[in-house]
Write a protein that binds this ligand. Sequence first.
Ligand code: SF4
Length: 342
Amino acid sequence: MKIDLKSISFNELQTIVAKLNLENYRAKQISQWIFQKNIANIDDITNISGDIRKKLGEIAYISCLTPEKTEFSRDGSKKFLFKTTDGYGFESVLIPEKNHFTLCISTQIGCPLRCRFCLTGKKGLARNLSVAEITNQVSCALRQNNFKEKLPNLVFMGMGEPLKNYENTVKSIKIFLSPWGFNFSHRKITVSTAGIIPRIKQIGQDLPVNMAVSLNAPNDKIRNFLMPVNKKFSIEDLIKTIKIFSIPSRKRITFEYILIKNVNDSPDNARELGKLLKGIPCKINLIPFNEHPALAFRMPEEKTITAFQSELHRQHFTAPIRRSKGSDISAACGQLGGKLND
Ligand code: SF4
């Protein structure tokens, strides 16, 4: 079977180059063409001879992902709907910010964690995305948009729990970070997790990227209800793990807190949350729940949202209210449902 060059590390490419009896520097040349010049065909690597291209093409190819459909939000966000070769749908979202873009990418088709407020979770897991399916989401966004030399921020917050597809997530991030790959700065990449404790410990050591934790509750009772994963990894153990394994190698951590009407949005909840996170260098993103016909929860009223924020401010936390973009095309936080699967 031929090797997909979109799914291999620089070291693996060096091994291929050595097997073909080519000079070592060819690996760098080939890698830059694939990831930085974003080509989709070995024949497009024009600074290596036709002979070398032929040899490489006999054992390898470059995969490419083109959206089946692109949906455009009124606020400028774009949702790319992809279909895998085995027929599954998954999505990524490009979000315009004030001075840059953020690309929200997926790591799984569906999600095994089944958080109650999330459309992806409602459908369960179909399968993990491959390394190439993850890297190609970025290649596609780079091909279709003019970022004026400024790479977008990458957030692993699309469909799936990245730490439940650990090997492929880590390998794709290494390709994103490699100077011969996409050459992203580690400051531009954020991995979000619902709290897979053993993997949080591991990623803390494996990669320097930013971490976000989807917390959404100040205690086990509410979190068990919203996020079944909490029954396995309690909130107390989660916070302890973050303090020991995530904070030492990072300046601060981000907590995501989806505010849901009458579930986790009371002043008492805010006080308890502050107590839980006391002493942790962090930012708490408050995300008013994005309503969707398929989900029963509601967004709190404006005064409830600001009262929640004020309590956290009173306790000296940075707690911005983050309005998700793209809700008119079901591209907001928690709304990615793999539309092409329906
Ligand atoms: S919120 Fe994240 S972890 Fe929870 S079900 Fe949705 S995709 Fe999975």
